[in-house]
Design a protein around this ligand. Structure first.
Ligand SMILES: [Zn+2]
Length: 153
């Protein structure tokens, strides 16, 4: 029996979506690929707040449009029955010093405030040390590695 958390925070690239050269992999038509296990697992979380938080500095760097960055989340949401409650994207330059670029906790704290989430009871699922650090700084109670969460059940 899986533990029940107050909310789930998911990283995007490498956690929900396949990566290519450290960026979200897209087909020629702009379609993204969900990693194995993601769809079924997210569908099973219906009824619990599900959030996505992602750094997309490509917007500030000029090689990714804001609309394309948002379409990543829209595509995931469409594939998982609209189970995503809300999301935040940091589109700032890596050197901008913004409070939202992970490992800074700004996006998690903003979502927690907006949706009245008890972070000590929440889980954060990610694939990098950056995510783990973000979870710790935000005070998220549980950090889980994405491969274990989705694919080694
Ligand atoms: Zn930012």
């Amino acid at each position: 029996m899986e533990k029940h958390y107050s909310a789930y925070f998911f990283d995007l690239g490498g956690t929900l979506l396949a990566l290519e050269h450290d960026e979200i992999a897209r087909s020629e038509t702009g379609k993204v690929t969900l990693l194995p296990g993601v769809r079924d697992h997210l569908l099973s979380l219906v009824g619990t707040p599900v959030f996505v938080i992602t750094n997309q500095a490509g917007v500030a760097l000029g090689h990714l449009s804001e609309a394309t960055a948002r379409s990543f989340i829209d595509q995931v949401n469409a594939a998982v029955g609209q189970v995503i409650t809300d999301y935040r994207i940091c589109m700032h330059h890596p050197l901008a010093g913004c409070p939202c670029r992970k490992p800074q906790p700004g996006m998690v704290l903003d979502l927690a405030r907006t949706h009245a989430i008890n972070l000590a009871e929440a889980a954060y699922i990610g694939d990098t040390a950056n995510d783990e650090q973000c979870a710790q700084r935000a005070g998220v109670g549980t950090f889980l590695w994405a491969p274990a969460f989705f694919r080694e059940i």
